[in-house]
Design a protein around this ligand. Structure first.
Ligand SMILES: Cc1cc2nc3c(=O)[nH]c(=O)nc-3n(C[C@H](O)[C@H](O)[C@H](O)COP(=O)(O)OP(=O)(O)OC[C@H]3O[C@@H](n4cnc5c(N)ncnc54)[C@H](O)[C@@H]3O)c2cc1C
Length: 470
């Protein structure tokens, strides 16, 4: 037992889910559908959604019925191989059993159908991200705006199934059957926003779905010291309390060392809005204050931001010309122009002066880049995609900075979503799903964000719920 004793007001349940994002909602619904009679979901915030509601809404998976209908030739195996190859290119070695990650690829397309059966709607034209096929299935009505709709639908479904949702309630610690090593988890101590502590017992299991630690300064510094001082764009509530509670019982944390171990988005310095997708869709370049490019932009925001942190560049500037803007203003750049502060200039000299970028270098960068585009060979960054000249004014500049938004390190789980100890055994009665777990793609050596966080949360949320209900 933990130090805090249970009293008469304590609550009993079959399954207790902690955290009300995608993973928690999927877990609670799945537990109910699998026969648990009393399922309680507690959420720290005043509403459900966590990072899931803030997300880009892209359920990124290959081999779905929606792709087939849209004429996209893809499959689970094509998707898997594509990610493995990208992992190999990044010299990623396979750290452990790939089975846990592989299950996301196997279940992801089926769980898209499951989500539809729960009332979540998707758009019918998957979009391109990193990878060799169009695999981004946006929650309807689309990029960003679909996530609140998906959470709303899942919450409605959970409530209709009788899941009891308790808001403004924080996980303090887990309760075990005894003090013995590897004792069964039988509940949790919680604290509501009035400071009252109480216990909820769960005779079948507790599921941790508390998200990552994007805003957990202490954990960022502990696991990823290079990122000390980098701002966070994540939810203020995601500070890693689920990880802390589980490690107090001997749970293993998988620390992701690739890059800097956390995902960083570009955030507009004047808008505080994050954006990343145009990098893989629009022919633009990114320069530092010195007017120099420093990464193949088409490798995406994560790769570009890692380079920035590595080189201690605080600010970056996306530079576009009017050809690109004209072509993409109603598609990939629509939300960019709607939400960001984008400056427009007649020429690069004015642009450099207004933004405080070294003009001589910028002029040289653009000149060399344009020459390289015509030759089809990017001499500095080896970029091979989206090569188009930047030569038609007016020119556009967007000032941004990297901000942490997702942690990749987290609890180790097995294929049943059980939390594993440092000794490699499951902790009885304790399950985890979503960002509170170590990012599965990285555990398996997959490349370029090989698994979508939303798919991972759905697949292992569903598994955790079904397993805990047994
Ligand atoms: C800006 C942004 C864009 C993204 N875009 C995409 C995308 O397009 N596609 C994609 O696949 N992934 C995307 N992701 C990642 C994706 O959103 C996450 O991987 C996914 O939402 C994780 O779901 P989750 O349920 O594990 O965590 P969350 O959705 O964060 O839910 C965790 C919940 O637990 C609650 N909580 C935290 N601590 C406690 C506690 N101590 N007690 C009780 N409750 C607690 C939180 O308040 C929160 O509601 C994006 C993330 C961000 C931030």
């Amino acid at each position: 037992m933990t130090a805090i004793a249970a009293d008469k007001s304590d609550v009993r349940s079959n399954v207790l889910v902690v955290g009300g994002g995608m993973a928690g909602l999927c877990a609670a619904i799945s537990a109910k559908q699998s026969g648990a009679s009393k399922v309680i979901l507690v959420e720290k915030g005043g509403f459900l959604g966590g990072h899931s509601i803030l997300s880009g809404s892209g359920y990124w998976i290959g081999g779905t019925k929606i792709q087939k209908k849209a004429g996209i030739d893809d499959s689970l195996e094509i998707n898997w191989q594509d990610s493995l190859e990208r992992g190999l290119k990044l010299n990623r070695f396979l750290k452990r059993d790939t089975g846990v990650a592989r299950l996301v690829y196997e279940q992801g397309p089926k769980d898209l159908d499951w989500l539809e059966s729960l009332g979540v709607k998707f758009t019918d034209q998957p979009a391109q991200a990193i990878g060799n096929r169009k695999r981004v299935h946006y929650f309807a009505p689309g990029y960003r705006v679909g996530s609140p709709q998906a959470i709303k639908a899942l919450q409605a479904k959970a409530e209709s199934l009788g899941v009891e949702i308790i808001l403004n309630t924080n996980l303090v610690s887990l309760i075990t059957e005894s003090e013995k090593r590897n004792a069964r988890v039988i509940g949790a101590i919680l604290e509501n926003n009035k400071g009252n502590k109480y216990a909820i017992y769960a005779d079948h299991g507790v599921i941790l779905a508390t998200g990552g630690f994007a805003n957990g300064k202490e954990m960022v510094e502990k696991y990823h010291p290079y990122l000390k001082g980098v701002k966070s764009h994540g939810s203020k509530l995601n500070v890693g309390e689920g990880i802390k509670a589980a490690t107090a019982l001997g749970a293993n944390v998988i620390v992701e060392h690739y890059g800097f171990g956390m995902n960083m988005l570009f955030v507009g310095t004047h808008s505080n809005v994050s954006i990343g997708q145009p990098l893989v869709e629009v022919p633009l370049i990114i320069v530092n204050k010195n007017g120099q490019r420093f990464q193949d932009e088409t490798r995406g925001y994560l790769a570009v931001n890692h380079k920035m942190v590595e080189n201690k560049f605080k600010l970056a500037y996306w530079i576009l010309d009017s050809k690109a803007v004209k072509k993409y203003k109603d598609t990939s750049l629509k939300i960019f122009f709607e939400k960001q502060k984008v400056d427009k200039f007649d020429n690069l000299k004015d642009l450099a002066k207004a933004e405080g970028i070294n003009y001589q270098n910028l002029e040289k960068t653009v000149k060399e880049y344009n020459e390289d585009v015509l030759k089809g060979k990017d001499r500095y960054q080896n970029r091979t995609k989206l090569l188009d000249t930047i030569d038609k004014g007016p020119y556009y500049a967007f000032e941004c900075e990297p901000q942490i938004y997702t942690s990749y390190s987290g609890l180790e789980i097995n294929k049943k979503a059980q939390v594993m100890t440092t000794a490699g055994t499951p902790i009885p009665g304790l399950y985890a799903a979503g960002d509170v777990t170590g990012h599965l793609a990285y555990q398996a050596g997959l490349g370029g964000g090989g698994i979508s966080g939303l798919v991972m949360a759905t697949v292992y949320g569903r598994i955790a719920g079904a397993e805990a209900a047994k």
